[in-house]
Design a protein. Structure first.
Length: 371
């Protein structure tokens, strides 16, 4: 490799950090109302009171996590007595994992590992908050990942009931549901203590997308590097998925593509090439996070093409030995996480005649399954 290959003099990026996934934008454009509601709900914490619980809903990439992180920054500016923590429920998926995460935040050490009951751990957490006279805000981000396993209610309930068990505890919850069309419901036991302020994050419309892309381009690239016409190509891709994360990722990759060609500006072809690789990468990441049985089912459907549930089940049962109930649980989970489309065949509305197919092209799915 020649030394020149690693020289950065010619970079098109003024601030590459602005395109990283953990970047929190200075201005969250077109989310003024949501920020207002969130601020209003969190305000009591600044006066040492328990904040109003919130429920944030909306499809992926609509600014929910960013809104929470921005709000945390704001609260931090005004008070030292509020402990804030965002928990990624895709990673911490049980009440014990969540409690461990909180423990680490409060004590700055690992919690006692095995053999400790959840209740004991939680008691220590709450006692600490009371002793130090702190208010805590816990954001359970993407809690929809816990609905399938039935952990969502358990996690919510154990946190929300803290002040019942320990008078004086002040813990507020921001639950974030990345909702892809289905309405999730908490158990009535949870709902009766949650009582959240509901804040909806609708998909951005095309003009909003263009606006957000333009402002990120301005931050991340040198002037005139990313022409408006090419930004529109990015905005079109974002508009087709509704996920702004796709857009930020495309800006980065297409910038890198242009650099690779030693070009001074980003062109449409750079974006198109970037889209092709990021599309597969996203799919791959999603598929890799599935369980072995879930992957097997996807593989079967990829081979069969759209088919009747009953026929798919026969193959699935033969391969895994699993029964119909489990089969249906997996189908439902894969449908909710947008891997499968289910349609009605017209021969009755339920059960084995239901048509099931992949939501993505089967050659893509097979490629990703091959690892
Ligand atoms: N209104 C906005 N203004 C600027 N950037 C945004 C906005 N909404 C989303 N983004 C960016 O889009 C990406 C996805 O946003 P995120 O908050 O993670 O969405 P969600 O949590 O709803 O999936 C992030 O990179 C974020 O910076
Ligand atoms: Mg998020």
């Amino acid at each position: 490799m020649s030394r020149d290959m690693l020289l950065w003099d010619e970079t098109l990026f003024r601030d590459p950090q602005a395109l990283e996934i953990d970047y929190v934008p200075e201005d969250l454009l077109h989310r003024e109302n949501q920020m207002q509601s969130l601020a209003y709900s969190m305000r009591p914490a600044l006066r040492g009171m328990r904040p109003v619980n919130c429920l944030l809903t909306g499809p992926p990439g609509t600014g929910k996590t960013s809104a929470v992180l921005k709000m945390f920054e704001e609260v931090e500016k005004h008070s030292d007595d509020v402990v804030m923590l965002k928990i990624n429920c895709q990673i911490d998926s049980t009440r014990f994992a969540v409690a461990s995460r909180i423990y680490r935040k409060l004590f700055n050490v690992e919690p006692p590992s095995s053999g400790v009951a959840f209740r004991k751990l939680f008691e220590k957490i709450v006692q600490r908050l009371i002793d130090k006279d702190k208010v805590m805000i816990v954001c359970l981000d993407d809690i929809n990942y816990l609905f399938h396993e039935g952990h969502a209610d358990e996690v919510m309930y154990s946190i929300l009931r803290a002040h019942e068990l320990f008078p004086g505890a002040k813990i507020g919850v921001i639950a974030v549901v990345s909702d892809t069309g289905k309405l999730y419901r908490f158990d009535p036991k949870v709902s009766s203590v949650f009582l959240p302020e509901e804040i909806e994050f609708l998909r951005y419309d095309y003009d909003e997308i263009k606006d957000i892309i333009a402002s990120r381009v301005q931050l991340a690239f040198y002037p005139d590097v990313f022409p408006e016409k090419v930004q529109e190509v990015v905005a079109n891709y974002v508009d087709s998925t509704g996920d702004l994360r796709v857009g930020i990722d495309l800006l980065k990759r297409s910038g890198l593509n242009a650099e690779k060609r030693a070009n001074k500006t980003v062109e449409t072809e750079d974006v198109e090439k970037a889209y092709e690789s990021s599309r597969l990468l996203n799919l791959k990441r999603n598929i890799m996070s599935l369980s072995a049985d879930e992957k097997k089912l996807l593989g079967i459907i990829a081979e069969m093409g759209q088919s009747k549930a009953g026929d798919i089940y026969e193959n699935f049962h033969e391969m895994t030995g699993l029964g119909y109930t489990r089969f249906y649980e997996i189908v439902n989970k894969l449908a909710e996480s947008q891997h499968l489309d289910t349609a009605f065949s017209g021969e009755g509305t339920r059960g084995r005649t239901r048509l099931i197919g992949l939501a993505s092209p089967s050659e893509d799915v097979l490629k990703c399954l091959k690892r």
